[in-house]
Design a binder for this molecule. Structure first.
Ligand SMILES: [Fe+2]
Length: 290
């Protein structure tokens, strides 16, 4: 499929601003005289327009002026029988020494009703028990945590109206919303993203597609992504460093069905910078073998 021409994207954004909502595919086809496949792709981009926000959450934390050390994890799935709580605790212990802040890209708890049969894979069936266990574990990390929720928390919200992020947050654990967040921490622009749907055949495909959607001038320096339970670092793609954050959950019925092999562990990322412009981004994946 063709790439969306930038002028078309700008015009579609203008149209969206004018009508105050995302135009339908038919509206896009009629207004810009484009085929359905292009309209579908354009609609997908507009749906995620908060990626292009100028409004970044400004964060200032105590750290040396030339280096920022952060941890990045995702898909902890606390509450699942196959969550490796001990490993998570071990990672957080190390993170206390090696980082100044921690980012979590969604699926902190396992939730319930996410897919057929998931209830049989739970160690704690109550969401409140899951959150309590999670909070006990996160309390062992002494620095600030910035997190988004993912599809597992979203499933809880859809069935009960409970916003799990509100149960996790406190003065040290900052809740940045669901699926996406844009931050600027000590001058470094870091986005959090929790993906949707099945993974692609090629490991880096989803990350590349995400980074391609950013408009010039609106790009972050770093994206930390969760959802696919994989770990990799895509360096300087359109000058953005993309990280998929791995997981702390082993195999489940769903991952087996989807052919996903979990990559367990979390990142330690050191960002050397000159007044908020990164010069070296170094990622180390702390892994454990299961
Ligand atoms: Fe997950």
């Amino acid at each position: 499929m063709d790439r969306i021409p930038q002028t078309l994207l700008y015009e579609a954004i203008e149209l969206m601003r004018k009508i105050g909502k995302i135009p339908s595919r038919k509206q896009l086809m009629d207004t810009f005289n484009i085929p359905e496949n292009l309209a579908r792709k354009l609609f997908g981009i507009l749906e995620h327009l908060d990626l292009f926000t100028d409004e970044r959450l400004m964060i200032k934390i105590p750290a040396p002026s030339d280096v920022l050390r952060v941890g990045a994890i995702a898909d902890l799935h606390v509450g699942s029988k196959s969550c490796y709580e001990d490993m998570l605790r071990e990672y957080l212990k190390l993170a206390n020494e090696r980082t100044d802040a921690l980012f979590i890209a969604g699926d902190l708890i396992d939730g319930f009703g996410v897919y057929k049969g998931q209830q049989f894979e739970l160690k704690y069936t109550s969401v409140y028990d899951q959150v309590q266990r999670l909070n006990e574990i996160l309390d062992t990390y002494t620095k600030p945590i910035y997190f988004i929720t993912g599809n597992h928390e979203d499933a809880v919200y859809k069935t009960t109206g409970i916003d799990v992020g509100n149960l996790i947050k406190n003065e040290k654990r900052i809740y940045l919303g669901s699926y996406l967040a844009n931050t600027k921490i000590n001058g470094i622009k870091i986005d959090l993203w929790h993906g949707r749907g099945a993974g692609a055949y090629a490991l880096s495909y989803k990350m590349q597609k995400l980074i391609e959607q950013y408009l010039s001038g609106k790009k972050p320096h770093i994206v930390f992504a969760g959802h696919w339970h994989r770990a990799f670092h895509l360096p300087i793609y359109r000058n953005v460093d993309g990280f998929e954050c791995g997981t702390f959950q082993g195999e489940t019925r769903l991952t087996k069905q989807m052919g996903i092999f979990p990559q367990t562990g979390g990142w330690f990322v050191n960002i050397w910078h000159s007044d908020g412009t990164p010069v070296i981004i170094e990622g180390q994946f702390w892994r454990f073998y299961i």
